[in-house]
Structure formats: C-alpha cells, structure tokens
Design a binder for this molecule. Structure first.
Ligand code: ZN
Length: 262
C-alpha cells in the first residue's frame, strides 16, 4: 500500500491497482444522517420476545440470542456530559458492536441516574429545584448522547427520577424494612460540610472529600442502614463464582471484610 498524496480536503489512496478517493469527512452532515436511518429502522432496538438464550450456531459458527450490554448511566450533575462519560461509554459501545457482529441480539440501554447527591448538589449550585433541573439536564444530556452515535436502544430509556421507576426502588426498600434489613440508628459518619452529605469510607481520601477536597468531619447522626453484615459470608464466597478478573476480586475482599468487622 502506498499513500500517493495527502491533501487537506481529500486523500488519494492506491492499493495495488485499485485507486479510490475519500472525500472530506463532515461529521455534521454524515453523522446525523445515519443516526436518523438507524433510529427509523430500529436496528438497535432488539426484539425481546423473539430473542433466545445465547447459543453457538454450529452451522454458521456464529453466536445467536440475546446479549445485555449495560453501562453505568450518566449522572446529570452538570450542564452536559464530560469526557469521562464518553471514555467509559465508547468502550462499552465498541464491545456491544463486537457482540452484534458475532451474531447476538444486543440490547444496549441508556438513561440518566439523576436522583442522587450529584444532581442535587448541581441543582443547589444553579439555584433550581432538582425536579426542574432534571428536565433541563435531561434534554442536553440526551442531545449529546444521541450525537455520539452509540448503539443505544432509544425506544427503552430510563430516568431514575421518574416516579414510574422509583416506585420500584421504594418498593424494594419497603421489603427490606419489613424483613428487618433496613433500620435506623445513631452512628458516627463521615460528613462533608461543603457537599452537606454523608460519605462512604471509599469516598474519603486521606481525610478529605473525594469530590471537593474539604476536610471530612466525624458526626454522630441518625442514619438508615442496610444489614449487609448478614450476607458477609455469601458475598465473600460468591466472589469465587463470578467472572471478574483476579485483580478486581482481590480489591473487593478487604472491602467486604473491613465493613463486616466494623
Ligand atoms: Zn465534599
């Protein structure tokens, strides 16, 4: 292969005797055009009812069946996405595309995790009610996520601040409460005076808040707790059965043990 000429607006490439030209790539023209085609044809909206459990089709040597390609949903904790979001989502999307090329029916959902401390802090910062801010952030986040061209199923999105969604997290909480697995008690906690929130041990780095670097205080506060200690052995033993790298498993073990000794 020999590159004959490289100009600013076009490239002539010669491979053996075959010569072709690549026109200037104009993302504003090409990308929305194809994203609209994908959207209309529904190629990223798999048929759930028709999807089987994954299996290897011996005749074609392709995999068939459903594949759930889930990534962490962004927190709308700013006006728009940051590069870190795309760093994580692009890798996951490449993997989803790879599985699709192997023959799977890939379901790649997307949504917004906007019902938590990051979003609330942002709403406080801009002086708007979180409910109002969530709708504003949603519009821009979805616009940006659309523009990335990742193969999300836009017919099945979820927002954690939608009552239709959080009625289920509330339902789960009630079940835990009924079983005595959710309870209140006073306990010393890590408290960030700037974020005005309780932090987990993992969110405190050298005595400072991981988000804003304020000095974290110890406060005696009435808190809700989940009785995860009840599942210590099962969690530790279960680590041997999951398909994670050894490095990640090693990192998890002391995390469980430290919690359970406390
Ligand atoms: Zn903080």
């Amino acid at each position: 292969m020999k590159i004959v000429r490289l100009r600013r607006i076009s490239m002539n490439i010669q491979i053996s005797n075959f010569k072709f030209q690549i026109s200037k790539y104009n993302p504003l023209e090409i990308e929305p055009k194809w994203q609209e085609v994908w959207q209309k044809s529904g190629i990223y909206s798999p048929d759930f009812d028709g999807a089987n459990k994954p299996f290897l089709d011996r005749r074609s040597q392709n995999f068939r069946g459903k594949f759930y390609n889930l990534m962490m949903f962004p927190y709308p904790s700013a006006e728009g996405m940051h590069v870190g979001n795309m760093y994580a989502f692009t890798g996951a999307d490449v993997y989803g595309r790879f599985k699709r090329m192997q023959g799977y029916d890939v379901f790649e959902p997307i949504g917004l995790d906007g019902f938590g401390i990051h979003s609330e802090n942002y709403a406080i910062k801009v002086g708007r009610h979180p409910k109002e801010q969530a709708k504003i952030s949603e519009k821009n986040f979805y616009r940006q996520l659309h523009a990335t061209g990742n193969s999300y199923d836009w017919s099945r999105t979820v927002e954690t601040y939608d009552p239709d969604y959080y009625k289920w997290t509330q339902w789960i909480f009630i079940q835990l409460f009924k079983k005595g697995l959710a309870y209140r008690k006073k306990s010393p906690v890590n408290f960030c005076p700037s974020c005005k929130t309780v932090l987990s041990d993992e969110q405190v780095i050298d005595g400072k808040c991981e988000r804003c670097s304020s000095i974290v205080e110890k406060r005696e506060l009435e808190q809700w707790f989940f009785k995860i200690t009840k599942y210590a052995d099962r969690l530790l033993n279960g680590l041997t059965q999951i398909d994670w790298t050894e490095k990640v498993k090693i990192a998890q073990r002391p995390c469980f043990q430290k919690r359970f000794m406390a």
